[in-house]
Design a protein around this ligand. Structure first.
Ligand code: 2RA
Length: 329
């Protein structure tokens, strides 16, 4: 496979390259793509060196697959140009996620929806991916009515400038700010811009994308998304109300059997998921599984995953793997 990685020098792009190599994706030729100022820069991939090219050059090289993580504006402009050249684009930006003509895919849940005609496939938002993956098996079994989620999100979700801000603040150095406020020793209850309803765009992504991926508009979702000074992954406190009552041991069994989910839930040994230990891993970790004692058919749990891996790069590479395995490219 000739594979282009658009945004190869960015935080997610770098992880995409790492994941492609680690998972032995059949890359015969790598085309790293970045903005004009990075063109010509050298990128190491599996012991070989590749030169960064421009978007124009990348289209003319006609890769079979292009993994995009270069922001919504670049995707809006360039994904259709790649698609028109016969390239299948897997896009990590929010540009196409809610477009009804585009599939929004978490492979373990809905990869079967992909057809050879899908030339632009959307990768969901990181905080949505880890939540829906953990909930997909439980939805099938017990039918989710409503989800109340609060997130504790890593600065890596914002990018390299935010990681630098945290490091600088920790070291007491003045520097560029990615956020309006300090993030060290803080929790910022705003991720992305505010929408007219008073929710942030990140919160509304969780609402809208969950319904689309689960293929069920009736699921009610309400979210509060918060940035905290961690780097290893996003954490989520999730309250789920089902139509049907559940057995808590069966909930654990369903979670343990959900591909990509690992149950870490042994309170007597103080075992629960934490972002420090999820960093660099592809799984979604679930713990603190317990019944909400204030109302029937309702469950509380804690979900943690590395937002750069399953929340972005790994999910995109898994979509690419599905395309190859099913002769869709
Ligand atoms: C964040 N969800 O964590 C974003 C990244 N896609 O800010």
């Amino acid at each position: 496979m000739k594979v282009a990685v658009v945004g190869a020098t960015g935080m997610v792009g770098e992880v995409m390259l790492k994941v492609l190599a680690e998972r032995n994706f059949p890359v015969t030729e790598l085309i790293p793509v970045a903005s004009e100022r990075s063109v010509g820069k050298e990128i190491e991939f599996k012991g070989n060196t590749f030169k960064v090219v421009s978007l124009e050059t990348a289209v003319s090289l006609k890769p079979q697959i292009a993994l995009f993580s270069a922001g919504g504006d670049t995707s809006k402009e360039w994904a259709p140009k790649f698609a028109a050249a016969g390239v299948t684009v897997i896009d990590n930006s929010s540009a196409w996620r809610m477009d009804p003509t585009k599939k929004l895919v978490v492979p373990e849940i809905n990869a079967r929806e992909i057809t050879p005609e899908d030339k632009i496939i959307a990768n969901p938002n990181c905080s949505t991916i880890q939540m829906v993956l953990a909930l997909s098996g439980l939805h099938k079994k017990y039918n989710i009515e409503r989800i109340v989620v609060s997130t504790y999100q890593s600065v890596t979700g914002t990018g390299v400038k935010a990681v630098k801000q945290l490091e600088n603040e920790y070291a007491g150095i003045e520097g560029e700010m990615a956020y309006k406020y300090p993030i060290h020793r803080n929790a910022i209850p705003q991720i992305d811009v505010f929408e007219d309803n008073g929710y942030t765009k990140e919160e509304m992504k969780m609402v809208r994308e969950t319904k689309k991926i689960m293929g069920d508009d009736s699921i009610r979702v309400t979210a509060t998304t918060v940035r905290i000074p961690t780097v290893g992954g996003h954490s989520e406190s999730v309250n789920i109300e089902f139509s049907n009552d559940f057995d808590i041991n069966d909930v654990r069994r369903v979670l343990a059997e959900t591909p990509g989910v690992v149950v870490q839930d042994n309170i007597s040994a103080f075992e629960y998921p934490m972002p420090l230990y999820a960093e660099g891993k592809d799984d979604v970790y679930v713990g603190r599984i317990r019944r909400d004692e204030t109302q029937p058919n309702t469950l509380n749990m804690w979900i943690v995953a590395d937002n750069l891996r399953k929340g972005a790069a790994t999910n995109a590479v898994q979509i690419a793997e599905y395309l190859v395995a099913n002769n869709l490219v």
